[in-house]
Design a protein. Structure first.
Length: 287
């Protein structure tokens, strides 16, 4: 019995469809790249939270060197922009105990002074970050110092830089920051000392607009684009289905047996319509 020629063609079409589906699945999978490495668990969790709010999936891996965060290659630029807007990862701040840890038996007065200034600034910066919407905080402290023998002692002062996420009422935050810093530095607790604390506040860039994501089969797309994607995928499918139906109909017409069956069905349909018209004619004449 000869094998119909349509079977090899059907097999080829099936293989082509499988290859096309495989290519689509591979295109949906992006290469994972390193976003940040050597992070602490707390910093990594903060970054993951910020990125997940923007619909960015993050792969978290732990090692001896710290936590490594991986994102899709296509999401790297958006993830970096989101981290910069949120001021992440936060700068590692040293506490007073770590700064004043001596490496040798004896420390010079200069070393002790530098350690103290650095530790005091770091402690104040860490406190500033506890304010809501504060992204970055830097504090520069100047303690009383005599530049040269016989010259007057330079009084204490401080400069504070704060970058925040708007909206934030600067008129409310600035006095609190000035009072907090002045109370932490010797010689600035008075009203005159508070005036020597300069505070500069600048708004950061508005955060990246969040995107609502949804799952469509094996793909993860934006919710606003899901309807258009379904429509763009459905129309070619319907066109292909209609083309297959037309091809099948044309093939059936070329088959003598199929043509006879179609002819008989058409004749039966025509006979039924004619019978209905004949039955309805006397009724119309009587009215």
């Amino acid at each position: 019995m000869p094998i119909p020629s349509s079977l090899p063609r059907s097999g080829n079409l099936l293989r082509v469809a499988c290859v096309f589906l495989l290519l689509m699945l591979l295109a949906a999978c992006s290469k994972m790249v390193t976003l940040q490495a050597g992070l602490t668990d707390m910093d990594a969790n903060e970054i993951v939270l910020a990125l997940n709010r923007k619909g960015i999936q993050v792969d978290k891996q732990k090692s001896k060197e710290g936590v490594t965060l991986l994102v899709k290659d296509s999401e790297l630029s958006r993830a970096t922009e989101t981290m910069n807007a949120a001021g992440l990862p936060r700068r590692s701040l040293s506490n007073l105990g770590e700064v004043f840890k001596k490496q040798g038996m004896i420390s010079s007065p200069m070393e002790e002074r530098v350690r103290y200034l650095h530790g005091l600034s770091a402690e104040l910066e860490s406190t500033m970050l506890q304010f809501d919407k504060v992204v970055v905080a830097r504090v520069h402290v100047v303690l009383p110092e005599r530049i040269a023998p016989g010259e007057p002692v330079q009084p204490s002062s401080a400069a504070v830089f704060i970058k925040y996420r708007p909206p934030l009422d600067e008129d409310v935050i600035v006095p609190r920051v000035r009072r907090l810093v002045a109370s932490s530095i010797p010689g600035l607790s008075s009203d005159d000392g508070r005036s020597k604390v300069s505070v500069v506040m600048t708004p950061g860039e508005p955060p990246v607009q969040g995107i609502e994501w949804t799952t469509l089969g094996p793909f993860r797309v934006a919710a606003d684009s899901a309807a258009g994607l379904v429509l763009s995928m459905t129309l070619p499918f319907l066109v292909a289905l209609a083309a297959c139906g037309y091809i099948a109909f044309q093939a059936a017409l070329r088959n003598p047996r199929a043509a006879q069956v179609l002819m008989k069905l058409a004749m039966r349909r025509a006979a039924k319509d004619q019978a209905k018209n004949e039955d309805a004619a006397p009724a119309r004449q009587g009215t």
